[in-house]
Design a protein around this ligand. Sequence first.
Ligand code: OAD
Length: 236
Amino acid sequence: MKKLVILTGAGMSAESGISTFRDSGGLWEQHRVEDVATIEGYVRNPQLVIDFYNERRRQLPTVRPCRGHELVAALEQYFDVTVITQNVDDLHERAGSTNVIHLHGELMKATSSRQPNDPSQIIMLPADRLDIHMGDLAADGSQLRPFIVWFGEAVPEIERAAEISAEADIYVVIGTSLNVYPAAGLVQFVPDRTPIYLIDPKDVPWTASHRFRHIKKGASEGMEELTRMLKLIAED
Ligand code: OAD
């Protein structure tokens, strides 16, 4: 089976009703990124940051995967698929994708403030107790924090994601403004022989590059079109 790698961003979940970050009305118009999504912000005011992610997490049970997520999952019938997502929601998994790398962490998980990337500290939050509170402790006795990779922190999954990108036969980018590194740099690892499809209703920084085949549509409509094209390749 050909290796298909799909890099997704906030636009992937927009049709499920989760706000993107940089579109008009996006999350970074309503919150200061320095306050709620940096390690310095967390050290300065952990309560504010924990509350911000509690609010995001409470939204998850109220939303559902969109058609685009479902079509991404369905491609596993034809390809060896890896989804590399910048999203912290669990909509790819809920749509049925079985091989998902979360570059920026996962909302449904919590970890230690002292050793956030130590696997033995990471826990799944129970569905009936979604909020993290000040005073909740991780296994190592430090304050429990959201399992989110904030600006200013290392991105532990980036090396694995780069290796997988370097082996892709087909690469797809969906709904990311490609503003945030190192995630945005992953496309540079894609071999020259590999086509890169981009699904986004807007132009993004690299759209003009001849490497990108831009399907200028939303995630669901764009995935319908791409699925038709990829099925032909799979049958080749
Ligand atoms: P952005 O908000 O920067 O970009 C969202 C992209 O989705 C834009 O290019 C939109 O045009 C596109 N878009 C909007 N609606 C869409 C739709 N229905 N279908 C497809 N695409 C659509 O979000 P990201 O690029 O994901 O990190 O942001 C990257 C990172 O910045 C996030 O993971 C987050 C943020 O700060 C952290 O918080 C660490």
